[in-house]
Structures are given as C-alpha cells and as structure tokens.
Design a protein around this ligand. Structure first.
Ligand code: BMA
Length: 377
C-alpha cells in the first residue's frame, strides 16, 4: 500500500513539473483555446515561417473593404496565416481607426479569419494622452498623436498617481470593450496576439526609450495587462513584447516587463540598406535564443523590403529567417500604392513574393489549417 501511494505521489509530481515546464501562456487563467493557440504557435515556429500582413483583410492595393478579399489571396491564391489589425483611435471612442478603418468591420474580419483557422495580431498606435489635451500642440504635425514625443512626462502622467490616470483608464475601458466583443458563433472569446507600446528601443513614439524610463515602460505594460487580465478578466490574449532594430540582447531587454506578463518576444526590423541581412541575423540570433530559454514565442512582427531590391523576399529575408525559430514575418499595410516599388507597379506584391510563397519554409493559411490552431484537432 505504502509503495502504491508513493508511486501515485511521484507520478503526480512528475505530471505537475511537466505541466510547469510545458510552454504555455503567461496568463494562468488563459482560456483553453488561448492555451491551444500558444502551443500551436510554439510548434509552428519550428515547422516554418508564417506570413503575416497588416490590414490584409480591410483594404488593399486597389480596393477598400470587400468581404473576403485580400491582396495576398489575390496574388498567391491563399490568405496570409497571420492577419494584422490596428486599433489607434479606438481609445477616443471613434468609429474608425487612425487609418480610417471601421472598428466594427475590423471585428467582423477578425471573426472571419478566426473561423478560417487563421491567426490574429493587433497593434495600437494610441494617441498621446498628455499633449493631445493642448490645442496648440494638437495643431502641430504629429501633435497629440502616438508619434508626438514632445514631452517626457507622458507615461508618468497616466500611471497611478499621475494626472491622466483616470483618462487612461477610460481608454483601457474602451479597449477592453472591443476585446470583449471578439467572440465566435458560440460566444467563446477569440484568442489573439496583442502588441501594444511597440518599438520601445526607438524614440519615435511617446513610450520610446528616450521619452520614458525603462521602469516607467515596464510599469505601463504591467498596468495595462493587470487592467485587462485582472480587472476586466480577459483571458484570451497573448502579449507580444517588441522593439525596433537593436544590436544586443541587453538593448533588447531594456524595459522588459517580465515573464508573467509577456508571451512573445518580437522585433520589428525594416531593410534600410546592404547591412540589413547581417543585422537581422544578429538580432534574430539573440531574440530566438532568449525566447527558447524563457519558453516564449517569437516573431519578426514588422519588416519590409528595400527600395529597388526586387528579389528581396527570396534573397534577403528568406535565407536569414530560415535559420531561426521565428513564428511569423509580417509586412505592413498596403495603402493604395505599391508598398514595394520594385518590379511591376501594377500589382500588390513584387513577383519575387511568389518565390517566398512557394518556398517549403513559408506557411500561409492553408498550411496551418490542419490541425486547427485553436482546437488542435
Ligand atoms: C504606420 C503607418 C501609418 C499608420 C500606422 C498605424 O507605420 O503605416 O500610416 O497610421 O502605421 O497603422
């Protein structure tokens, strides 16, 4: 009998330590579908590299909101695996985003992509809560927007004790309201990746590295996640930490809010010249190694080609990302003009995008539909 009890105890112990070690969301109360999404992403990042496209389902090179349309699909025959959406101006209670996209149509497309078995990622270029209140400032170029870096007091002003804390709470309330509306046909919350306060290593947003301290930045993150997860009981979010181009792990981690907050280590890097391949190689090396150590997900969450480099997809991007466990690469929105002004100007992507699409390394929607990432069936 004693041996039997000991055996059971040791089996239970092994099981619980396995559960602890098995990679999963930072949110211990994450819904089953969110846990499944995390695990699917974790496995997929060793299988290939998913393609993501910002606002892919909202508008494109020559169209504006046509249900089920996508530049990626027009050009390749398949949807991107990851669809990006942007919430800037939701905080103001507006009906349309800073990019003129209707939030209710956005919610519809989030549901549609979820139904197809696709992955959703959301960014947020929220206004500057401090300077937007000053009409003089608001008249200036970038005045009062996410790009307004004219004051270093912004983050401190919205944290508890700051004069804009209450205003910021109303913004988070609106954000929570939108998130709570993201439900499937059965009323289950739709899991998604949320990447707010992005590119902290740069100083072009009010949460940038020279505009607030790293401590304030981490506190902003913790405050936001505690608000959504704790106060609002939203448990279908995977949170993505993000920087712009960095050259060392130390620089990358400055302001990191903690493993109990973050699910994904992501980086944004645009090709700005010959050295890009080497810089990307260096950065993805330490970001993916750190993510593996911490059991986190990874992404090159924004990237884009170089002017005039027509074979960028197959000769620059693919060879580097293929070396690492990177979950997805996402290119930014198409805004009624060729985003990649190389090759044929009458199409949404350069011809070389097809080489990326046809590579066995890249994953588009059809490549990730079975098993379903949310049910794993
Ligand atoms: C930026 C640009 C802006 C846009 C913003 C949010 O990088 O594309 O035009 O408003 O993203 O989508």
């Amino acid at each position: 009998m004693r041996t039997f009890i000991l055996m059971i105890l040791s089996a239970l112990f092994t099981l619980s330590s396995f559960a602890q070690k098995f990679p999963g969301p930072a949110d211990k109360k994450a819904t089953k579908e969110t846990v499944n999404l995390f695990r699917s992403l974790y496995e997929l990042q060793n299988k290939g590299i998913m393609y993501g496209h910002q606002d892919d389902l909202m508008y494109g090179y020559k169209w504006w909101y046509e249900k089920n349309r996508s530049d990626t699909k027009d050009f390749t025959g398949d949807y991107p695996a990851v669809a990006g959406f942007e919430l800037g101006h939701l905080e103001l209670g507006d009906e349309r985003s800073l990019d003129s996209v209707s939030f209710s149509q956005m919610a519809d497309q989030i549901k549609a992509h979820y139904k197809r078995g696709g992955i959703i990622t959301i960014s947020w270029h929220l206004n500057n809560p401090l300077t937007m209140q000053d009409p003089e400032v608001a008249r200036k170029r970038q005045g009062g927007t996410a790009w307004d870096v004219s004051s270093k007091e912004v983050v401190a002003s919205i944290l508890p004790g700051g004069k804009n804390n209450e205003l910021f709470n109303t913004w988070l309330d609106r954000l929570a309201g939108f998130f709570k509306g993201l439900k499937d046909d059965k009323g289950k919350p739709i899991p998604f990746i949320f990447r707010p306060y992005h590119e902290h290593s740069g100083s072009f947003f009010w949460w940038g590295t020279n505009i607030c301290t790293d401590e304030e930045y981490a506190a902003l993150w913790r405050y936001t996640v505690n608000f959504l997860r704790g106060k609002k009981k939203i448990h279908n979010i995977l949170y993505a930490y993000n920087t712009d181009m960095v050259t060392s792990l130390e620089q990358y981690m400055k302001g990191y809010p903690g493993d109990d907050i973050i699910d994904m280590l992501s980086i944004d890097m645009y090709d700005r010249g010959e050295q890009f391949g080497a810089e990307l190689n260096n950065a993805l090396g330490f970001v993916t190694a750190e993510a593996a150590k911490r059991n986190k997900l990874t992404a090159l969450s924004e990237t884009g080609g170089r002017w005039g480099k027509a074979d960028w997809w197959s000769t620059v991007l693919l060879p580097v990302v293929s070396k690492y466990s990177v979950g997805y690469v996402l290119t930014w929105r198409h805004t009624y003009m060729p985003r990649f002004p190389m090759g044929n100007k009458n199409q949404p992507f350069p011809d070389d995008f097809l080489n990326f699409y046809n590579s066995p390394r890249s994953l588009f929607l059809k490549d990730i539909q079975k098993p379903n990432v949310y049910t794993r069936k």
